[in-house]
Ligand binder design. Structure first.
Ligand SMILES: C[S@@+](CC[C@H](N)C(=O)[O-])C[C@H]1O[C@@H](n2cnc3c(N)ncnc32)[C@H](O)[C@@H]1O
Length: 344
């Protein structure tokens, strides 16, 4: 899945002489075996990732120099940041990694020209006096700088943002905590809203699949504190946001990393999801496709899967194929809510 080198790594392959002069801490948008390429040409890099799928894949490759979480605990003589999708996430990663590097460390930033890498000079300005563009090819660019101003100790709390979510009846609003790059920072997504409005009364063990900032799970627990809730996500930042959201509202759930249902055990009375969707991103479609085909095995007899999806996605056929039926229980302009019950 991560076998082919991305155009960014192909461009980095032309710069191995500078990149391998010191062991690097590599982080950001890791989508291939760039760490393997670096290790072949020079000292093995350390990897820090917030993506559980990438973490598992590197571990399967036998690479133990990898950390998964919200911040790395070990630095290296240099840093290579692969520009993540959100600029705020790049700022976050620099703030989390740079306190682990010594003054004078080499800093590299690389990424697709359309993915915001051109903001490297601005992003590195708080830490460096001069930012040089070393290369630009295959629609990707590489920037270099030297750490001249040591970074302040990293404080996760200063990256947490939040918003209040009004609830029905006379309940106090829910406080939702988010971190950079976590879905629906700042407001409740309209698909998630439609899902919440159509979940009805649940019971027993419930799985919040792809929990994001924990907005679905926190709503469910607030309505029905007796539920036994599990929240899973592939992103360490989403999982941390969910933990913070639950704590902020004095709610409890089992929150853990899982790529799809891979780390989930046992069966549930309900699985609820606003699954990942991004036009053109195959991995996201595969995640949802895999959920739809295997969810049944993770449900008790009579248990239900309820999900919200963009109305044009071909999910009803996939649900029918697995469950033998698929009900559309709500529709608005953009989204549909599908439900299926395990009958066999
Ligand atoms: C559309 S967001 C929904 C977030 C949250 N439930 C809400 O309604 O605001 C989808 C979530 O799925 C997560 N995700 C993406 N791929 C995943 C995978 N393979 N396994 C588990 N979660 C995944 C994303 O990190 C993201 O938080």
């Amino acid at each position: 899945m991560f076998e082919a080198l991305t155009p960014v790594s192909e461009m980095l392959a032309r710069n191995l002489d500078v990149l391998t002069q010191q062991p690097l801490l590599v982080c950001g948008l890791l989508e291939d075996n760039l760490p393997g390429m670096l290790a072949q040409a020079g000292p093995a890099p350390r990897i820090f990732t917030t993506d559980f799928r990438y973490f598992q894949w590197q571990e399967q490759q036998g690479n133990s120099q990898i950390e998964f979480g919200v911040q790395p605990t070990q630095g290296a003589p240099g840093l290579l940041l692969l520009m993540p999708k959100a600029k705020a996430e790049a700022e976050y990663l620099l703030a989390a990694c740079l306190p682990l590097l010594a003054e004078g460390a080499q800093l590299f930033m690389a990424g697709d020209n359309k993915g915001g890498v051109k903001s490297a000079p601005k992003l590195l300005a708080p830490y460096a006096d001069q930012v040089n563009k070393l290369d630009s090819a295959r629609r990707a660019s590489l920037y270099q700088a030297e750490l001249v101003r040591p970074a302040a100790p990293f404080k996760l709390a200063s990256w947490v943002k939040g918003y209040s979510l009004e609830l029905e009846k006379a309940q106090a609003p829910l406080q939702i905590c988010t971190l950079p790059g976590v879905f629906s920072a700042g407001h409740l997504d309209s698909g998630s809203r439609l899902l919440l409005d159509n979940l009805g009364n649940l019971k027993g063990r419930v799985l919040d699949f792809g929990c994001g900032a924990g907005v679905i799970g926190a709503n469910l627990l607030k309505r029905q504190p007796e539920l036994e809730l599990e929240c899973i996500d592939i992103s360490a930042l989403a999982l941390e946001a969910t933990r913070l959201t639950l704590a902020e509202n004095q709610l409890n759930a089992n929150v853990y990393a899982s790529d799809g249902l891979s780390q989930v055990n046992g069966t549930f009375n309900h699985i609820v999801a606003n699954p990942p969707f991004h036009a053109g991103l195959k991995t996201f479609f595969h995640t949802t496709e895999a959920l739809l085909s295997s969810a049944k095995n993770y449900l008790v007899h009579g248990g239900s899967l309820t999900l919200v999806a963009n109305a044009f996605l071909p999910y009803p056929e996939l649900i029918e194929k697995s469950f033998g039926h698929c009900e559309t229980i709500a529709v608005n302009g953009k989204f549909k809510i599908y439900r299926a019950v395990r009958r066999s």
